[in-house]
Design a protein around this ligand. Sequence first.
Ligand SMILES: [Zn+2]
Length: 161
Amino acid sequence: MQCPFCGSDSAVTETRDSAEGVRRRRVCAACKRRFTTYEKVGSPGLRVEKRDGSHEPFDGDKLFRTLERVARHRAGAIDAEDLRRVVRDVEATLVDRAARSVRWSEIVKLLLERLRAIDAVTADRLEASYKDERGQLRFGADDETAPAGERPQLGLFRNDE
Ligand SMILES: [Zn+2]
């Protein structure tokens, strides 16, 4: 299992059964960071609190697709496997907390911590996408059905094109 922060190999330090599947604590052989994995992916019951106070089920695939848009044009610096690893790690971190509900801004924070270690440009893009004019993280800004003006400008970065 690759480290979500640096991509190096990791070792299992602890294994136990939990309601969400087999839980393993791991430590990275290179950067020594610790992280958790679950054999069974998916976190039934975990809900995301959006800006308007409504909730939706946590969706790792949706998160992955969002990151793919943000990481567009970063081939060589970060790839799909890196993004999947990041999403799996964020999901495991949330499941580990045993919270039933998590704010979208908290998910963005966890994503930023991990992306920053892999590719700072992608992290900056994600951060910019979810901040409003006052520099505040926006809740629920991932909602594709929101009016265009309230949507983050994902995939619209033109600086390096
Ligand atoms: Zn590492």
